[in-house]
Write a protein that binds this ligand. Structure first.
Ligand code: IMP
Length: 176
């Protein structure tokens, strides 16, 4: 399958994904049995994963969709990321960040620090996929669907330059 200038091949099927998501939800249901967690799906990439995961959560929970915005830091000149879109207070709440994929882990680490500074009770993360760099750096992701190498993937919410989010399974770039 060709998208823009890249060739993609099937990688993780819809049924494999659903099976894994059921297992992730079971683990979360067990860990949050007596709690009311707030799920924070990071848009846009995690919208499909979040829908399939959260519909399997059996206890009371809240959902607050958030986005990451990038801006130029005035001091370092580097790109800083910040969380936008949340309205309610997260004070004393048990948060579960819902990510599509963790690569270098920089995005997730930054958000987790930001959220922990809001007086939250706990902050954990669930990610459908985790790439090798995040594994090597031991980035703090409590629940992981699939450990992959460094291949570029798309589908099931993830895009390549805007396309591919609608695909029902995960594809990987050929020769990447
Ligand atoms: P990190 O900060 O390097 O961990 O980057 C994480 C973000 O980069 C994810 O939330 C995705 O939006 C994006 N990303 C990383 N790898 C891929 C990929 O293979 N396909 C699509 N998006 C990706």
């Amino acid at each position: 399958m060709r998208i823009h200038d890249m060739e993609f091949a099937p990688f993780i099927s819809s049924s494999e994904m659903q099976e894994r998501i059921t297992a992730l939800a079971e683990a979360i249901n067990k860990d949050y049995m007596d709690k009311t967690p707030v799920f924070l799906p990071i848009l846009n990439g995690s919208f499909m994963f979040a829908a399939d995961l959260i519909r399997r959560i059996t206890g009371p929970c809240r959902v607050s969709f958030v986005k990451i915005s990038s801006y130029q830091g005035s001091e370092s000149g580097g790109e800083l990321k910040t969380l936008i879109g949340h309205e309610e207070s997260f004070f004393n709440q048990d948060l579960v960040i819902v990510e599509d994929i963790v690569d270098s882990g920089l995005t997730l680490q930054k958000i987790m620090t930001e959220l922990r500074n809001l007086g939250t009770k706990s902050v954990e993360a669930v990610s459908l996929m985790r790439k090798k760099p995040a594994r090597e750096k031991r980035v703090d992701v409590k629940y992981v669907g699939f450990d992959i190498e460094t291949e570029f993937v798309l589908g099931y919410g993830l895009d390549y330059n805007g396309l591919g989010r609608n695909l029902d399974e995960i594809y990987k770039a050929v020769n990447s």
